[in-house]
Design a protein around this ligand. Structure first.
Ligand SMILES: [Fe+2]
Ligand SMILES: [Fe+2]
Length: 272
């Protein structure tokens, strides 16, 4: 017999622990060679999250929920620590203590927001306190639309300046998602009156269309980078990382759609 809490916990930890592990690598690659202390700390976090990821895959869905509750607490601790590390790095960059390092401040802030999101998810799972559906729909979309808008900006800024066409496309996505984010914030400030079924359903439909096309753009970028067909300083793993985060957002949108309207959730994320 499978338990909903166990399934949701393991799925969440499997997805986000890999993300946290990769953040450690990206941060490390952006430090200067003399920042040995920071590089060591990043390596430490890589090992911690790799271990958590392995453990999360070793558990099966029929494990005792009490075991997963303790596991979630352990992961929560580790995520709190990497959040502190990311905010420390942000502080060092913004006070010009790391001149010449290669992590954008917005990227460091971005990865710390993702850590904070993961930490909140773990706390929600363990306490069993979930937001009412209409609030969750608005809050999750506000969070992920900003994440998507940031991704478009990172891609634009990490492409070689000579890749004019691709930069233009990335900038268009950046604008599109900034606009969607503002719309989401408008819906947020109009609540609870804005939380009608037709408005929330339309909100999800509109966001899904844009996330799908951004997801496809990221997929193309990833393939071009892997085949060495474009000039950039984007790590192939970063291209894959932002692609997976878009897929995750699409999955969340479909889950909400299902809860809202009863429409079936596709099992995998079909490429359409
Ligand atoms: Fe990320
Ligand atoms: Fe991200």
């Amino acid at each position: 017999m499978t338990n909903g809490f166990v399934v949701r916990s393991l799925e969440e930890v499997r997805f986000w622990s890999r993300i946290m592990k990769e953040h450690s690598l990206f941060l490390k690659l952006g430090f200067r060679s003399e920042d040995t202390q920071l590089i060591q700390e990043a390596n430490g976090f890589y090992a911690i999250f790799e271990n958590i990821e392995n453990k999360s895959h070793a558990y099966t869905f029929d494990v005792d929920p009490a075991v997963i509750k303790r596991f979630n607490e352990e992961v929560h601790q580790a995520v709190s620590h990497i959040w502190v590390f990311k905010r420390k790095v942000l502080g060092l960059i913004l006070t010009c203590k790391l001149p010449g390092a290669n992590n954008f401040p917005l990227l460091v802030d971005h990865v710390s927001r993702e850590a904070n999101y993961f930490r909140n998810r773990l706390a929600e799972l363990n306490t069993g306190r979930l937001e009412p559906l209409p609030d969750a729909i608005i809050d999750e979309n506000v969070f992920f639309l900003r994440i998507m808008a940031d991704h478009a900006k990172f891609i634009s800024h990490l492409l070689d300046p000579s890749e004019r066409k691709l930069i233009e496309q990335a900038n268009n996505f950046s604008q599109e998602f900034d606009q969607l984010l503002f719309q989401a914030r408008d819906l947020e400030s109009m609540r609870p009156q804005s939380q009608t079924l037709p408005l929330l359903d339309q909100f999800l439909d509109q966001n899904r269309v844009s996330v799908k096309s951004l997801r496809d753009f990221k997929k193309t970028a990833r393939e071009l980078i892997e085949a060495c067909r474009i000039k950039s300083i984007i790590h192939p793993l970063l291209a894959d990382h932002v692609f997976r985060e878009a897929e995750h957002f699409l999955f969340i949108i479909d889950m909400f759609e299902h809860s809202l309207t009863g429409k079936p959730v596709p099992k995998m994320h079909p490429m359409d």
